[in-house]
Design a protein around this ligand. Structure first.
Ligand code: SF4
Length: 218
């Protein structure tokens, strides 16, 4: 076997086991090996008449899902078209009433729990309540052996990278912006206001998790 074949072999085991863990907790869950399969699965879960909204997610972008939704006549609540901060907040509020909400996740425990960190809480709010259906796209690299490991990943890997994403070309007064490392700050610029663990999906199957072997997101 090649190195990639060894990698895929391990991914398959981890992905399939985690799907069972997620289903045990009443999530709908799927494992895919490629971005294309992940996209196909996500589209199969979105009724054509649904109104769609999303949280900031590189995984949703990288499998081509956002692009497909925007180019194929779906009804959307497009937060990225807000012309000022006030309009953006209104669109984020409106997103709570969409049919399908698209997002990534910062980490997943091997036992099937999701961990997400949020700044103002729009993404974690939609995950918890509001949209009829939530589709979560995640690389299996986000699956951690324990809940402690999942929280650690979310805080020390995902959040610092996300800080650099949201800062763009601007400046943020946080340790992770200055050094790349999380220092558990309480800066006014922190993006880590809410740390949410989703340990069960209620109502059952409202949250659909699509795992992929591909190295997407962060
Ligand atoms: S340093 Fe602050 S903003 Fe950065 S990841 Fe840690 S808690 Fe979040």
């Amino acid at each position: 076997m090649t190195q990639n074949a060894y990698l895929l072999s391990r991914c398959n085991k981890v992905g399939e086991k985690t799907v069972l863990s997620l289903k045990k907790r009443f999530f709908d869950a799927y494992y895919t090996t490629t971005k294309e399969e992940a996209l196909e699965k996500a589209l199969s879960l979105i009724p054509i008449k649904d109104t769609i909204a999303w949280g900031g997610s590189m995984s949703v972008v990288e499998i081509g899902l956002l692009d497909h939704i925007l180019k194929n006549g779906y009804s959307v609540i497009n937060r990225d078209q807000a012309i000022n901060p006030e309009e953006k907040i209104e669109l984020l509020k409106k997103s709570m009433f969409c049919d399908t909400y698209l997002m990534g996740t910062n980490a997943i425990s091997e036992d099937g729990e999701l961990v997400n960190i949020d700044c103002i809480g729009n993404r974690t709010a939609a995950l918890m309540f509001g949209p009829k259906s939530v589709i979560v796209i995640a690389s299996i690299k986000k699956i951690m052996p324990t809940m402690d490991d999942a929280i650690k990943r979310a805080r020390t890997v995902a959040a610092p990278i996300n800080m650099h994403r949201v800062a763009g070309s601007g400046q943020r007064q946080t340790p992770c912006f200055a050094t790349g490392f999380c220092n558990n700050c309480i800066s006014k610029d922190s993006i880590c206001s809410h740390i949410v663990v989703t340990r069960l999906c209620n109502p059952q199957k409202r949250i659909k998790v699509i795992l992929t072997a591909e190295d997407i997101g962060f």
